[in-house]
Ligand binder design. Structure first.
Ligand code: GLN
Length: 192
C-alpha cells in the first residue's frame, strides 16, 4: 500500500517511519496532485488551526471534504476529521463526533499510558500532549478506547481518529490496524 502523510505541519516524519515499519510505502504529501498516488492518508498531530490555514492555502480542504480516501488522524488530525469542534468551526467533517481541544490540560500535564484499543490484541503505548478528547460520538461511530470515561479512539467506516500520539513511540500497532484493517478492507469492498 502507498500511504500518504499530510506534510504541511506537525509530526510528519514519525508517521512515515511507522508506515515503513509496517512494510508499506510512506509518502509525504505536500501538493493536492499527490493525493491521486495514495491508498490512504494520515493527518498528523501538530496544531489544527495552523494546519487548517495551510490546507486552505494549498487547496486541500475542499478536496479532502469530498474525498472517500481512508483517513487516520492523530490529535490535531482527529480535530480535523471531526464533524464538530467545541467553540469553533469544523474542518473536514468525516467523523460523526464532537471534539474538545486541549481537554487533557496544558503541555505540562502531558502523560503516557498503556491503553486497550478495540480491534488490537495487545495494549497500545499512548502519549497524550495537549490532547483533544471526544466529547460525544454519534450515529455510525464505533468507540475503540476510553480513558476515565473520555473517548480517545473512534472509527467510522474508513476513518480513524485517535486523540493521542502513537507516532511519538515505537508502537506502530495502530498504523498497522489502519493499513491492514481499514485501507485494505476498504479496497476489497470497492466496485471494480
Ligand atoms: N492542541 C492541538 C490542537 O488543538 C493538538 C495537540 C497535538 O496535536 N498535540 O490542534
Amino acid at each position: 500500500m502507498k500511504i500518504g502523510v499530510l506534510g504541511l505541519q506537525g509530526a510528519v516524519r514519525e508517521h512515515i517511519k511507522h508506515i515503513e515499519q509496517t512494510g508499506h510505502e510512506g509518502i509525504v504529501i505536500k501538493t493536492v496532485n499527490q493525493l491521486n498516488e495514495i491508498d490512504g492518508l494520515v493527518l498528523p498531530g501538530g496544531e489544527s488551526t495552523t494546519m487548517r490555514r495551510l490546507m486552505d492555502l494549498y487547496g486541500f480542504t475542499e478536496l479532502l471534504r469530498n474525498s472517500e480516501l481512508p483517513m487516520y488522524g492523530t490529535c490535531a488530525g482527529l480535530i480535523l476529521l471531526a464533524k464538530a469542534v467545541v467553540g469553533q468551526e469544523s474542518h473536514l467533517n468525516k467523523l460523526n463526533v464532537v471534539v474538545e481541544r486541549n481537554s487533557f490540560g496544558r503541555q505540562v500535564d502531558s502523560f503516557e499510558q498503556d491503553l486497550d484499543v478495540k480491534g488490537i490484541d495487545e495494549a497500545v503505548n499512548a502519549v497524550f500532549i495537549r490532547a483533544p478528547h471526544i466529547q460525544s460520538a454519534h450515529e455510525g461511530v464505533e468507540v475503540l478506547s476510553t480513558v476515565e470515561d473520555r473517548i480517545v479512539a473512534v472509527r467510522q467506516n474508513q476513518y480513524l481518529g485517535i486523540s493521542f500520539h502513537p507516532e511519538l513511540t515505537d508502537d506502530y500497532k495502530i498504523m498497522k490496524y489502519f493499513i491492514e484493517e481499514i485501507v485494505e478492507q476498504y479496497q476489497v469492498k470497492q466496485p471494480q
